[in-house]
Design a protein around this ligand. Structure first.
Ligand code: ZN
Length: 75
């Protein structure tokens, strides 16, 4: 089962950690809690990422802003 994640982390087109075309591997919210994404899953652009002590946020210039707190509310 694929969880419902915002497009910049859940689209599954690009690997959010490597920026390579992914095809399948969509990280779970739990994985994303441990390691912030670096690339937009929908367009493969490098995202602006800010890591905080309690989480992170990441921003794609086209697909918007994702905050780890938003993912936690979906669990
Ligand atoms: Zn994007």
């Amino acid at each position: 089962m694929v969880e419902q994640l915002p497009a910049p982390v859940g689209a599954g087109i690009y690997n959010v950690y490597t920026g390579a075309q992914a095809g399948s591997a969509v990280p779970t919210a739990a994985q994303l809690g441990l390691e912030p994404p670096r690339f937009c899953a929908e367009c493969g652009r490098r995202m602006v990422v800010q890591v905080r002590p309690d989480g992170w946020w990441a921003q794609c210039s086209r697909h918007g802003h994702v905050d780890s707190k938003d993912l936690e509310t979906q669990r």
